[in-house]
Structures are given as C-alpha cells and as structure tokens.
Design a protein around this ligand. Structure first.
Ligand code: ASP
Length: 328
C-alpha cells in the first residue's frame, strides 16, 4: 500500500494489518441483509483502503492476507501461522503495532492464544464487525479505524480487542451477544479503555504478562512452561501434534460418557465448564476423576458468563483461575 510520511519527513510508524476473514470481510447480496452473508470475502487491502486514506500522514500501512475464513472454522494450524506472522512483524523495529481483522465468533480465543504465546511489548489489536462489509451501515470501517488508533498509541502493548469503541484485554474479552453491534464484554474486569474521536481514553493497564499464567504455580515454573509453549508454536512442529485438550460442560443430567470417550481417544487435557461455582454432576465428576487417574490434566471453570470459580479446600478437581496451563 502507499507509504505516507509524517510532517518532519522522517520514517513513518508502520502499522501492519493482517486479514483473517470474518464478518468484517463479509459480503451479502443485499445491503439490507445483516445475517445472510458469506464471511471472509473482501480482501484486507480493500478494507484498509478508506481507513488508510482517512488516517492520513504519519502512518505507513502494510496489509497482509493471512487467511480468509469464517472464524467459526478457526483452527490450530491457522493460529500457528498467525502467531508466526505476528512474531515476524513485531520483531521489525519500524513496526509500531499490528491490527488483525477477525470474525467475532472465536475472536476471544485467538486473542487469548496470541497473548499467551507472544506477550507482545507492542500492541496487537484484534478487530471485527457484526455487520458485513456490504451492509447499509457496516460497523467494520469504524472498528478498523479505532483499532489502528490503538495500534498507533504510544505505550500501548499486549493483545487487545477493539469493537464498538471499546478496548478489551485479551484475557477478559468475551462475545456475549449474538447480534448487537456492541457484542463483547470484559465482565467484572472492565474495559482497558475507549476510543473516542481518534483518541484512546485508558481506564486500566494494558494486558500484562506477570498477572497472567502464574496464579497456580511458582513464577519460574510458569515462565518455563510459557517458553516451552511459545517454542512449540513457533517451531516447525505441526499443530496436529499439539496435546489435545477438550472442553466439556456440566448440565442437568450430565454423565461421564463424553469424558470416557475422550480419554479412550487419548485426550491429554480436559477443561470442564461447571455450573455455578464450578459444580459438577456426581457422574461427570466421577468420570473426570477417572480421567485424572489415567494421567489426563483436568481443570474446572464455570459456564456462567460472569464471575469465576472460587476454590474451597474440599474441591476434588482444581479450578482454572483463568490460567491457561495448570499442568504442563
Ligand atoms: N461467523 C462470523 C465469524 O466469526 C461472525 C462474525 O465475524 O461476526 O467469522
């Protein structure tokens, strides 16, 4: 894309925009159709065009199409590719930050993954849309512009998501609405900040490494697990070889069938989304304890949209506490 120079004529700050698809790149046959579109059709250069023109001098944009998918189909191979492209661009001295256009459905998972693996000292900003690019009133252009503002903000760092003028930490963001344009929440943690008329109003710190990952174990152990995971993602090893971790749910009438089947298939870890404060049906819990005896790592989270599991001394299965790797 065209290179802009700043007023002083010195090298502009480079913002890299990586396209992965989603509704922001979605196309419908009618401008009035907000749901019957195909995600991941419009190229990232095309999305960026009006934003780059508006943003004006002082910024150089690089657009790269990493993928063109509906994020419901996001997978580990693409995650690996995305993490590697981010790592490459983050290492370039003239890059101020990265923006990633992404579908809303699994945005929070990609955000969490990238924060876990990269823990970037520069901003990596995921953005999205709830209306396709062809809509009468698409939300993507404003979201992309806001994301560029965040990626260009001095001092910004870590992985965040920007949608509807809100800045969410990768560690807290959740899609909580299936249709509204403001579809995301950071729950109890609250927003990192807001984007208002091209300015960031910061409300709390950018995502930070130390508060992450280390709650369940000594810092040194957590850091070495972190490094091992990063090395694995960045290495040549295929994502199909990553240890398989599955998610199961508690609900009225839940049993052990799914857990037993997963163990028989060689699953290495299970995250159980319990009811309430991580409670489990007695039959599901029995199956999970059998899985643990067979060497499968198990942690308990909650299916509640807000809150987290609070541990008690009587717990048979440890709670996740938001940590992504309780056992290596
Ligand atoms: N299914 C779409 C996706 O996640 C939804 C969206 O982007 O809003 O790619």
């Amino acid at each position: 894309m065209a290179v802009n120079t700043n007023a002083a004529g010195s090298s502009p700050a480079k913002i890299v925009v990586l396209g992965t698809g989603g509704t922001i790149a979605g196309r419908a046959t009618s401008a009035g159709d907000n749901i019957g579109y195909t995600a991941g059709e419009v190229g990232v250069e095309q999305l960026l065009g009006p934003v780059a023109a508006f943003q004006g001098a002082g910024v150089e944009f690089v657009a790269e199409q990493v993928a063109q998918v509906d994020s419901k189909d996001m997978g580990f191979a693409l995650w690996q590719q995305l993490a590697r492209r981010c790592a490459y661009w983050l290492e370039q001295a003239d890059v101020a930050g990265i923006v990633i256009t992404h579908g809303t459905d699994t945005l929070e998972e990609t955000a969490y993954f990238l924060q876990a693996v990269l823990q970037p000292a520069k901003p990596v900003v995921l953005t999205c849309a709830m209306r396709p690019a062809t809509a009468l009133v698409p939300d993507g252009p404003q979201n992309l512009l806001d994301a560029v503002v965040v990626a260009s903000t001095p001092g910004a760092h870590g992985v965040v998501a920007v949608c509807a003028g809100n800045i969410h930490s990768a560690l807290d963001v959740q899609k909580v609405h299936s249709y509204k344009v403001d579809a995301f929440s950071s729950g109890d943690a609250g927003l990192v900040g807001l984007v208002e008329e091209g300015q960031v109003r910061q409300l709390r710190p950018w995502p930070n490494v130390p508060e992450f990952h280390v709650k369940n174990r000594p810092v040194a152990q957590a850091v070495s697990a972190q490094v091992a995971i990063k090395n694995r993602v960045m290495s040549e090893s295929a994502s199909e070889d990553w240890p398989r971790v599955e998610i199961v749910l508690n609900y009225a009438g839940a049993g052990g069938l799914v857990v037993d089947a997963l163990v028989a298939q060689g699953v290495r870890g299970i995250v159980v989304a319990g009811t309430g404060n991580g409670t489990l049906h007695v039959d599901l819990q029995a199956a999970l304890l059998r899985a643990m005896e067979a060497g499968v790592a198990v942690v308990r989270a909650t299916r509640c949209v807000f809150g987290r599991v609070l541990a008690t001394p009587a717990d048979a299965i440890a709670d996740a506490q938001g940590a992504f790797c309780k056992t290596a």
